[in-house]
Every structure is written in C-alpha cells, then in structure tokens.
Ligand binder design. Structure first.
Ligand SMILES: Cc1ncc(COP(=O)(O)O)c(C=O)c1O
Length: 402
C-alpha cells in the first residue's frame, strides 16, 4: 500500500512541529486565593477523570437532573427552568441578558464596579436602552436608591451584582424582588461572587433570574454557568417578538436539551449541541459535596473563616477597602495597599515565596488593593492562617522594594 506514503503531498505537514508542545505539561500546586478561581474540592477535581459516557445514555440524563436539583438547592429555589450553560460566568451573564432583553427594552443597571459596568455594555449590545445607576467603588445601593431609580426610569429589567468582586462589596437581595414586582420589572442578579458563600434565597427574595459560575464559592472547575429563571421571567421570555440572538444560551433550546420541555426518553430529539460530560460530572460532584455538608453549614463555615481572617488581617494593620463592615462580601476581602508599599510587588513576593496567589485588584482599583478570596475548599482555618502568615511576612519584609 503506497496510499499513506510520505510522497503523497497532501499528508505532508508544511510546518514544523511546535517546539513548545514536544514535552508534557508540568504544573505545581498553588494556593489559589486571589478571589478568582479557587482550588476545587477534591471530589469535583477527581470527577474530571471518571470514565466518559455518551449523552444519550440514561445515566448521563440522570446527571443533568441531579445537577438541576443541586443548583435549585444552592439557590434555594423551585424554578423549573434551572440548568447550566456551557461556558464560564460571562456566558451566563450574556445568556440571561440575551433571553430577557428585546431591542428597545429599558434596562436599569446598578454599577458599583467593573462587573456592573460590563453588564451595562453587554446589555447595550443586545439593543437595550440602558440606564446606569452608579455608586463609587466600595459602596452599594440601598432600597430607597433603587426605588427612586425605578420610578424615574420605569425599566422592564433591573440588573444588580450581589457580590461586586472588583471592589469587595456585598449588595443585599432582601426587598429587591418586592420592588421589581411593585414596579413591574424583571430582576436579574449576578451571584457569581456570593453563591456558596452567603445565602441567596432566590424564591424567598422573589428574584427572577440568577446566574453564577462554578469555580468560585461553589468550589468547582470553570466551564459551566448555572442559571435559573422564575415563572415570571419565563412569561416575559414567551412574549418575545424576536428570537434571542445567541443560539447556545437560548433558554427555550436549553430547556429541551436539559429535558425540561422534552421527555427523557427522547434524547435524540433533545440534543442541541455537545455537552462536556467531564465538566458535568465535576459540577454534579461539587453540588453533591455541598449537599453532603448542608448549605447552612457551608454558609456558616464561610462566615466563620471570613471573620477569623479579617480579625487577623486587621491586627497586621491592614485597612479595609470597603469602609462599612456590613457592605463587605463574605469570602472575598479587599485591603488597601499600605502607604509606601507596592501591591504588585507584594503579590509577586507572596506568589514566589509561598506559592500563594493573591490579587493586586481588578481594573477600578488595580495596584491599590490586595484581594484575598477564601471560599469553596479554601474556606478553612489552615488556608486562612497560611495566607495571614504570608501577608505578615510580606508586610514586615525588609526587602526595600516591597
Ligand atoms: C461578579 C462577577 N460576575 C461575573 C464574572 C465572570 O465570570 P467568569 O470569569 O467565570 O466568566 C466574575 C468573574 O470573576 C465575577 O466576579
């Protein structure tokens, strides 16, 4: 057989093999406490290497249903339209906006940092008429502020970030849903930086749409974005005159793919796009890990560690970026870089010496703060103590350029 001979020009590569890919990947263990992705729970991490199965398999369909139950439990909701998009939290963000916005819809966005600003810009891309209500970095909205803006703008959608991770601010959810019902608009809340860390209570707070990611407070691996839509949100969706612009996050298509609107014995009809079975395993296992501990215990653990960490950090002389204690996020803490010190250099010193990743801030306060995220598997005493020791060492270092 000469069919596959090298003389056959069509199977001869015209380019050299990339040098960088001629060895196996090597990584090292690092403590990820920057407030971005956390070190995953072992159970969620190990699930990635479980044997694969096809999505037409009954057992795969059962995994989808387990995940839906887990998301409902974590968000404290009974919403039927609950599932996970493929993609990170930004996919959830764009997806829920796309499903809820019809061109010309008035959307009121609470901007108190980087993420609110991003949402306002994405909403504009979907043709929304965006009204921004703003608070300076480090502060949040009160119900009276929100009600006044709802009266002024009469939006069809109110969007808030419950954890503005770029500033370390917590936006409480109590009363938001009531206000949205009163002013006849849909509430969309980003809980990326609060889920798993502090109570969300979607149904009790009458929130219409929520999304998050899997690599922060949940303690999983990035790549899926859980979402939940209330009956009110679905009713707005069903009245649409136009289709959502992004196919892969269209909630109608996804409801078929996740067997909400499709019988479980019709997997071939339900299929919309490939699912990552390994990421689904991993999310199932992280949710099972939360169920095993119990959501109240998970919230309690995060609050306890947060308190411990903050009091130890305050003793080091670190000053909070968010002035009011009640406005601070649980699990993501932001300190001002002490006068005369360099935030970027402290970050690299801790990374190099201790193999611990903290963050020197994001966009609005880059270089001016030190952000530490103790959530998911890292919400424990041992990790909190290691981070304090690293910070102490960096702050007391006699290295002149720190
Ligand atoms: C509040 C908030 N919303 C949305 C996102 C976007 O999520 P992802 O990075 O998973 O796309 C982040 C990420 O850090 C976030 O902190």
């Amino acid at each position: 057989m000469v069919r596959f001979s090298n003389k056959n020009k069509s199977i001869v590569s015209q380019y050299e093999k990339p040098e960088c890919l001629q060895s196996s990947l090597k990584t090292e263990n690092r403590l990820l406490v920057s407030g971005g992705a956390t070190n995953p729970y072992q159970r969620s991490f190990e699930a990635l290497s479980l044997p694969m199965m096809g999505m037409m398999d009954d057992r795969a369909i059962k995994i989808l249903s387990d995940i839906q139950e887990g998301i409902r439990y974590v968000l404290q909701t009974k919403n039927e339209y609950t599932l996970a998009y493929h993609g990170t939290g930004t996919t959830g963000m764009s997806g829920v906006l796309d499903n809820m916005i019809e061109p010309g819809d008035k959307v009121l966005v609470g901007v108190m940092g980087y993420w609110g600003d991003k949402v306002a810009k994405i909403a504009q891309r979907f043709g929304a008429n965006v009204a921004r209500m703003e608070k300076p970095p480090g502060s949040r909205f009160y119900l009276t502020d929100i009600e006044a803006e709802l009266q002024t703008h009469a939006p069809t959608i109110l969007f808030l970030i419950s954890g503005e991770s770029s500033t370390g601010v917590y936006q409480p959810l109590e009363g938001i849903g009531e206000l949205c019902n009163k002013y006849n608009c849909i509430s969309i809340i980003d809980v990326v930086a609060t889920v798993g860390q502090q109570p969300i209570k979607m149904d009790e707070n009458k929130i219409d749409v929520i999304y998050f990611n899997t690599q922060k407070g949940c303690g999983g691996i990035a790549g899926l974005s859980p979402v939940s839509y209330s009956p009110r949100a679905m009713s707005k969706f069903r009245k649409r005159q136009t289709l959502p612009r992004i196919y892969q996050t269209d909630i109608k298509e996804q409801a078929d793919a996740w067997f909400i609107t499709m019988p479980k014995d019709s997997p071939h009809k339900a299929w919309r796009h490939s699912f990552s079975i390994s990421l689904l395993y991993s999310l199932r296992e992280v949710l099972a890990r939360i169920v095993e501990e119990g959501i109240e215990k998970v919230w309690e653990r995060h609050a306890d560690i947060d308190q411990y960490f903050q009091s130890r950090a305050e003793k080091l002389g670190l000053e909070h970026f968010v002035p009011k204690p009640e406005d601070r996020l649980i699990g993501t803490t932001m300190f001002k870089v002490p006068t005369g010190k360099d935030g970027y250099k402290i970050e690299s010193y801790i990374a190099e010496k201790f193999k611990i990743d903290v963050s020197p801030g994001l966009f609005v306060n880059m270089g001016k703060v030190l952000r530490v995220g103790l959530f998911g598997s890292n919400a424990n005493l041992e990790v909190a103590t290691s981070v304090i020791q690293a910070l102490e060492c960096a702050l007391n270092s006699t290295q002149t350029d720190l």
